[in-house]
Every structure is written in structure tokens, then in C-alpha cells.
Design a protein. Structure first.
Length: 403
């Protein structure tokens, strides 16, 4: 079962116009479940004035996140020098500072020496280890070193060292363990913020300590969820990229002719059939393989997505002809084809034509006018046109001030 945050990510992809069948095939999610999510989106659009996020809004948010991440990145250095007031940058690379590594090796040797030692020997050695832990705090450790120290400190030989209730040695050891867990979590957090590599993120996930019923457990759970969400978002992003990949020049030409309203349907169908066959040749034949009909369906979905999301490249010359072509080529209804055309026109800021198409296909039909799709289109036309007018007004005012 998908988690709430995963469902939200899926809904964002649906809102961006990707076809449910292709999403189902790419993400291995039942089509019925995707249709339920789409229904929930349409109900929300009907009851709330907030419109569906646009590509432009997504881009702005993405840019803000990237800018924020860039400003928060720390410089990675390869230094084993002690921390001073003039050298505060963290070293989270995997290069091992030699001096710190020597101390870790000494601690590891001490832990092995007392595996079967009596209590007093273990107590004496633990005191030495605590002093060495103080020494190593002078150095900036990488993730691997912090992880190794953490697991060394989990050794059973370093637990249960107290001779009586007021004995403080176990308290001191537990304090060091908590500090190590906190340091390891911090290092993992910085490392995950600096990568979009899924394998690297999975590796960092494995480095997270196990829950120990301590004060760090909330942070551990939070970091685990944070990395898992990032991995899932990257999977979705990669899936979205695959949705629009593998577009041949012949298919791009078909989209251009659809936008121009001049497509030769017979010739286009021949090209699409051949493209479907070509795609099947380069894929393994197993139970997960798509049939030629399914490959053709994916191509038609890609054609619609290209037309919807690339108004600058595929500017509509004859919107009504485009609607008619889409119905015949893709086998979709006039409602869906006109919606796609209106979305292209809105992205191109051709609000006058968008209103004309809306009036023709929705305005004279009371049943369609009350539908969630019509409501969404009306709101988007009004909102985007107002935003465009405001932007032009602001630019005009700014130009006047500069003059």
C-alpha cells in the first residue's frame, strides 16, 4: 500500500497531464487506483478555488529548492588537521584523515583485547577509550569513521561496567554513544542533501543506526523517512522522464503536423505502427513485455503529452483542426482533445483562442459546463490571464521607473 506522501507524488504526476495508462505501466500501479486518485483531484478542484499547479509553478518551486540547496551546501575538504577557530568547514568526504584513523584503530584494538576480560580490566580499558574519544573530537571525521566508532561503542564488552548504582562509568559511555549517534545522523543528513544518486542514498540509509529507545530515536525515524521520501521522489522523477523519452524524429514530425492541423492520418498511422514494431525489436520478450498494440498506445500517449507540455515548440495554427485530428488519431473524445488544446493555448498565453475553444466545446452544453474539467479550465483561463496582465503591468511600471 502506498504511503500518504507517495500518493501525493502520484497525484502531482496526474495533475501534470500524464496519461493514467502510461503511469500505471511505468510505476506498476493498478489503473483503478490511479483513476480513484484522479477522481479525488477532480472533486477537490470542484470544491476548492485553488487551481491545479502548472509547469511554471513547479519550475519556480524547483528553482527555489535548488537555490536553497546550493546555498546550504558545505565545502568538502580532505583535511586531517584539528579544528581551529579559522578552520570550521566539515570534512564529509570518504577520504580518511590518517591521525583520526590511527585513533580509531587503537580503540578497535582495545575493544578486541577485552572481549573475554574480567570486569576490572574492562573498566580500566573503557576509561582509556573515553580519553581517546576526547582526543578524536579534535578531528573532523567522515561518515565511515563515525559509523565505525558508533559500532565499536556498541560492543557488549563496553556495557555493564558499573560496580554499583552510583558508578558513573556507564553514564559516561552512554553519553558518548548518544553523541556519536547524533554526529552520524548529522553527517548522513549533509551527505543525502548533496546527492541525487539513488544507490548512494540507499547506502546512506543502511548507515543509519538502529533504534535504541534513546532520545535520538525521533531523529533516526525522521532521517530514515527523509531519505526514503527522497529516493521515492527520484524514482518518480526518473519514471516521469521515461514517460517522455524515446521519441523518434518521425513522431516529433507527427506532433508538429498535428499542431499545424495538416496531418495526413493514413501516413501517420503507418509511421506509428512501424515505430511500435521498432520498439518491440529492442526489448526482451518476457511476460512483462508490451504487445504491439500497447506500444502503439504508449506512442499515442507520448504524442498527446508532447503537444500538451511544449506549446513553444508545437504552437497551434488551427486549434479546431487539431482537436479533430486528435480524436481520429488517438481515439479520444472531443472533451479530452479540446482540454488538451486549451492547455496548450494557455501555456502559450493565447487566452482569446482558449476562451473561444472553451465556449464552443463546453459553453453550449449545461452538463459539461458543470463538470469538474470545465470548472478547472474556467479557473485556469481566468487565473493565468490575470497573472499575465499583472506581469505586463509590473513590467510597464518598472520600465517607466527606469526611464
Amino acid at each position: 500500500m502506498l504511503k500518504d506522501n507517495e500518493i501525493e507524488e502520484i497525484k502531482m504526476i496526474i495533475k501534470k497531464g500524464f496519461d493514467l495508462r502510461l503511469i500505471s505501466a511505468e510505476l506498476n500501479i493498478p489503473l483503478a487506483e490511479l483513476e480513484k486518485y484522479k477522481s479525488e483531484i477532480e472533486k477537490a478542484n470542484k470544491s476548492v478555488d485553488n487551481s491545479i499547479p502548472t509547469k511554471t509553478n513547479d519550475l519556480v518551486i524547483w528553482r527555489k529548492k535548488k537555490t536553497s540547496n546550493h546555498s546550504n551546501k558545505k565545502t568538502i575538504t580532505n583535511s586531517s588537521n584539528p579544528v581551529t577557530s579559522t578552520n570550521k568547514s566539515k570534512n564529509y568526504s570518504d577520504t580518511i584523515p590518517s591521525q583520526a584513523d590511527l585513533i580509531i584503530q587503537e580503540i578497535e584494538k582495545l575493544v578486541k583485547q577485552i572481549e573475554d576480560a574480567p570486569l576490572r580490566k574492562r573498566r580500566t580499558t573503557a576509561t582509556i577509550i573515553i580519553r581517546k574519544l576526547e582526543d578524536i573530537k579534535k578531528y573532523e571525521l567522515n561518515i565511515n569513521q563515525k559509523e565505525k566508532l558508533y559500532y565499536l561503542m556498541q560492543s557488549k564488552t563496553l556495557k555493564g561496567l558499573g560496580l554499583h548504582k552510583s558508578d558513573k562509568i556507564d553514564i559516561l559511555m552512554n553519553k558518548e554513544r548518544k553523541i556519536m549517534i547524533g554526529n552520524l545522523i548529522n553527517a548522513i543528513d549533509i551527505a543525502q542533501s548533496q546527492t541525487d544518486d539513488v544507490d548512494r542514498l540507499k547506502s546512506l540509509l543502511k548507515k543509519l543506526p538502529k533504534r535504541t529507545d534513546s532520545s535520538n530515536d525521533i531523529r533516526l525515524d525522521s532521517m530514515k523517512n527523509k531519505i526514503e521520501r527522497k529516493i521515492y521522489r527520484l524514482h518518480l522523477k526518473n519514471a516521469s522522464t521515461r514517460l517522455m523519452s524515446n521519441i523518434s524524429p518521425d513522431i516529433e514530425l507527427i506532433v508538429k503536423e498535428i499542431a499545424n492541423g495538416t496531418l495526413d492520418l493514413e501516413k501517420a498511422n503507418e509511421i506509428i505502427d512501424q515505430e511500435a514494431k521498432n520498439r518491440m525489436k529492442g526489448k526482451p520478450n518476457n511476460k512483462f513485455s508490451l504487445t504491439e498494440k500497447q506500444e502503439r498506445g504508449q506512442i499515442l500517449i507520448q504524442i498527446q503529452s508532447l503537444l500538451r507540455n511544449n506549446s513553444k515548440i508545437y504552437k497551434l495554427q488551427n486549434p479546431e483542426a487539431t482537436i479533430n485530428i486528435l480524436e481520429k488519431l488517438c481515439g479520444i473524445t472531443s472533451v479530452n482533445s479540446s482540454k488538451l488544446v486549451i492547455e496548450n493555448l494557455l501555456a502559450a498565453q493565447d487566452f482569446t483562442t482558449a476562451r473561444q475553444i472553451y465556449s464552443k466545446f463546453y459553453g453550449n452544453n449545461p452538463r459539461l459546463q458543470s463538470s469538474p474539467i470545465a470548472s478547472m479550465l474556467r479557473k485556469n483561463i481566468f487565473r493565468l490571464e490575470q497573472e499575465s496582465l499583472k506581469k505586463k503591468s509590473d513590467n510597464s511600471i518598472n520600465s517607466g521607473i527606469e526611464l
